[in-house]
Design a protein around this ligand. Structure first.
Ligand code: BEZ
Length: 211
């Protein structure tokens, strides 16, 4: 059955460029992002993995473990990583699963047969410390992802988890957030010491609480 938001992220064991990974124990109490990449030695994927390596500090700062996957074999991954390091001027610093039998890809519905019956699409799964799926995005093979947007969405998820705020349209770091409707005004006064603007009973803005 298709994975939906709020589901427990399916656990698995898989071989990666950093050894065997038992997904849930590898995640520990961190957040996680699982990315699928359609194939090794392809141009868009090469740029994506290079950028992920460069952004490692941004993921670490948010306590997020990054895991990538392609359905090509380990030997191929190891050769491809050398190309990524050379062409993207970086060092790949996260594991890349060799999902030759498409076990993880099938578990997570990363193969969309009407798009391509062999390669995966570009899936993104963000998983919370409770192992629940918090966000899913799917791009076609020809469109490289915007990792700035993925980090922005994770910032929103973490604000919701930690401070009971949502983020409005086009929200960016530093901008006002929205108090979730389950918090009554009396509680909001205590919870958000910098106050809030009440535009409507259901539309209350407060300064980003973690700044
Ligand atoms: C790419 O990464 O460039 C790519 C992979 C599969 C299909 C199309 C593009």
């Amino acid at each position: 059955m298709a994975i939906r938001l709020g589901d427990t992220a399916p656990d698995f064991k898989a071989l990666s460029t950093e050894g065997e990974i038992s997904f849930h124990s590898w995640l520990g109490n961190n957040w996680g992002v699982l990315f699928s990449h359609p194939a090794d030695f392809t141009p868009v994927c090469t740029t994506e993995l290079g950028m992920l390596a460069k952004l490692r500090g941004e993921f670490d700062r948010r306590n997020i473990k990054v895991l990538s996957l392609s359905v090509d074999p380990m030997d191929s991954h190891k050769e491809w990583v050398k190309d990524i390091n050379e062409t993207q001027k970086t060092t790949v610093n996260f594991p890349l699963i060799a999902d030759e039998k498409r076990e993880v890809a099938s578990l997570y519905g990363m193969i969309h047969p009407n798009a391509d019956d062999k390669m995966t699409v570009r899936s993104v799964f963000v998983i919370g410390p409770d192992k629940k799926v918090k966000l899913m995005i799917t791009y076609p093979a020809s469109t490289g992802r915007d990792f700035g947007e993925i980090l922005r969405a994770i910032d929103s998820l973490q604000l919701t988890a930690n401070y009971s705020v949502a983020t409005p349209v086009n929200w960016k770091e530093g901008e006002d957030c929205i108090i979730v409707n389950s918090i009554k005004d009396d509680d909001a006064i205590k919870k958000f010491p910098r106050g809030f603007k009440k535009i409507k009973p259901y539309l209350r803005y407060t300064p980003q609480p973690n700044l």
